[in-house]
Design a protein around this ligand. Structure first.
Ligand code: GCU
Length: 607
């Protein structure tokens, strides 16, 4: 009995861990059936629907008890005992966080079960079907028709599970347990300066593909030769070898055929002499059509190169100064976790109005609309993995989790011209375990994507003990392509006048990006510029900081903290913060503070 139980448990875990491995390219432009809308939900702080009273997971049982919420069981008679019923429960909107939807869930951290019932008829009998989540925070267990199909860790990247073998024509029930409890060994860990929005926060889709489909591609300009398009494409399915793949770029009159190799892969190699390069001034994207015998997918690709030379950042070989702003993924419309095209449009339009050609998306991957729009609007992007402050550096499963989240964002966004920097982390301590952890992540990132730059938001320190001379003293500075650091001189570090006393001694011939600086200000509060929380204080800090950092020889740009005031459980000063970090240049109601215009003027005068 015992052996049989263990073997059964092993088979379950095996199928679950493998369920997620299929990558499906370009979901943004693929046909799909949306599962967005109203889902029934059960709030389950004791995880009563997941564990029996011995705290053993129901899903490990050979035949899970009907108390398991994922069985969606109904009483078979009036004397039958079932102590839950999704269909009699309140509903909640997907995609969205639960905190800003349900007052009772505003502070809630724990498990919530979601149920969606649907019918589904496949277009072709031989087709495959996947359930795709664009994101769900944080630990998500997914069940279809009572069977576990997979688990995902991480609140900001997409994942999918193949359900071809489980799907029915009628009355499918998809049940998802979302747990946003913070944990020490998680990524991020226990402590963050942003609201821990829980729930299925982005779109849920049913994706149907042919049996063999285009699973992955990466197409870009050759780093050394900007008249050559290179990359790869791979198929997934049973007919992947020796398949013809056509790569077509109609606007460039390019149509080239390739044959897949033994791994179902082609290496793309196309000369393109007439190509117009994507840039912030001219965000040219080309329609690229990939076609095989059984699948076709069309994407919009901008072709550009990004590199560094000494202390310069070169876009298409030309030096560029990154006029940036940091952004959290909070909706200026709903006030909760952002996820829509409208949210992204508002945030990027404010950034452009500020005079930005660059944004730092903090501290985790934002939704895909943001990157697709940045491609179209010609805004360069820093994307970041949520390795934030002090995570469990010497825990191998924490490392695997961080690496997995990184692989998922690279997989999703590697074809976006706007994305130029992968950031490994934010404000992390310079311990050996951390240095190893980040260096491994950086190496992995370069293997996945050798075309982009690597960075991380480091911390500055005193040069040889002199507090008036600042430097970067961090072994990870050796590894990054771009040297970035956060600095809060005039806010956490002294008063604004201190800015006038500071000089820099940064001993790296690399571009320097200041990834954060700023000050809190309550919109509408006015007074002497020396008094904190006034708009005048924030304005004065920007004026003095811009002068202070202009003294850095290698300065190639910055992204002040932050575009919009955002919710944080660490910001509790009454009548000023009220659970908002007030370092925004715009209030959460869209009101622009004085410093917005200070930075706008600086950027409009900066080439
Ligand atoms: C930090 C951190 C941010 C935080 C900011 C602040 O540097 O990176 O996440 O919100 O400072 O204190 O306002």
């Amino acid at each position: 009995m015992k052996i049989k139980g263990i073997v059964f448990f092993f088979l379950i875990t095996l199928s679950i861990s493998h369920a997620q491995s299929v990558s499906i390219s370009n979901i943004y432009n693929r046909e799909y059936t949306s599962l967005n809308g109203q889902w029934n939900y059960i709030v389950d702080p004791y995880e009563n629907g997941f564990y029996n009273y011995r705290y053993e997971p129901f899903e490990n049982q050979e035949i899970p008890e009907r108390s398991a919420f994922f069985t969606n069981s109904k009483p078979t008679s009036k004397s039958d005992l079932i102590e839950y019923d999704f269909d009699k429960m309140d509903s909640i909107t997907v995609p969205s966080d639960w905190n800003t939807q349900k007052e009772k869930l505003y502070y809630y951290e724990g498990s919530v079960w979601y149920k969606k019932s649907f019918d589904y008829t496949k277009k072709e009998h031989s087709n495959r079907v996947f359930i795709y989540f664009e994101a769900s925070n944080y630990k998500t267990d997914v069940y279809l028709n009572g069977k576990k199909i997979g688990q995902h860790l991480g609140g900001f990247t997409p994942f999918n599970f193949e359900v071809t073998h489980l799907l029915k024509e009628k009355e499918n029930f998809l049940i998802t347990k979302v747990d946003n409890k913070r944990e020490k060994d998680a990524v991020p860990t226990l402590n963050t300066d942003w609201w821990n929005y829980g729930g299925i926060t982005r779109d849920v889709k049913i994706i149907e593909t042919s049996e063999t489909f285009i699973s992955d591609y990466f197409i870009h300009l050759d780093k050394e030769n900007s008249k050559k398009i290179t990359g790869y494409l791979s198929l997934n399915g049973t007919h992947i070898i020796d398949q013809e793949v056509t790569v077509e770029i109609p606007a460039l009159k390019i149509k080239k055929r390739f044959k897949t190799d033994a791994n179902g892969k082609i290496n793309i190699d196309i000369s393109a002499s007439k190509i117009k390069l994507w840039s912030t001034k001219n965000p040219q994207v080309y329609k690229v059509i990939f076609t095989t015998a059984t699948d076709t997918t069309t994407d919009e690709i901008g072709f550009r190169t990004i590199a560094t030379k000494g202390a310069d950042i070169l876009l298409n070989g030309k030096k560029i100064f990154l006029k940036g702003i940091s952004i959290h993924e909070e909706s200026p419309i709903t006030g909760g976790r952002g996820n829509s095209l409208a949210d992204s449009k508002q945030l990027l339009e404010w950034a452009q109005e500020l005079g930005c050609n660059y944004v730092r998306l903090a501290h985790y991957p934002h939704n895909e609309h943001m990157l697709r729009l940045a491609d179209k609007m010609g805004i360069l992007v820093w994307e970041e993995n949520p390795v934030y402050w002090t995570i469990s550096w010497d825990n191998e499963s924490t490392y695997d989790n961080a690496k997995n989240q990184l692989s998922e964002v690279i997989q999703r966004d590697k074809n976006r011209a706007s994305v130029i920097i992968w950031s490994m982390a934010n404000e992390t301590p310079t311990t050996d375990a951390r240095n190893t952890f980040l260096t491994r992540l950086a190496k992995y990132t370069k293997e996945q994507d050798p075309t982009r730059l690597i960075s991380a938001a480091l911390e500055q320190s005193n040069y040889e003990g002199n507090p008036l001379v600042r430097t970067i003293h961090d072994p990870f500075a050796e590894v990054v392509d771009i040297l970035s650091f956060n600095q809060y001189i005039g806010w956490y570090d002294g008063t604004i006048e201190k800015c006038q006393t500071i000089s820099w001694n940064i001993q790296y011939n690399k571009p320097v990006l200041i990834s954060e600086f700023g000050a809190g200000a309550k919109f509408g509060l006015h007074g002497p510029k020396e008094e904190r929380w006034n708009e005048e204080y924030q304005e004065y800090l920007y004026e003095e900081t811009l002068k202070m950092i202009d003294k850095i020889d290698q300065l190639s740009g910055f992204s002040p903290w932050i575009l919009v005031d955002f919710r944080s459980p660490r910001r509790l000063l009454p009548e000023i913060q009220d659970e908002y970090n007030r370092k925004g240049l715009i209030s959460e109601k869209g009101e622009k503070k004085k410093a917005f215009y200070t930075l706008q003027k600086y950027y409009n005068n900066k080439n």
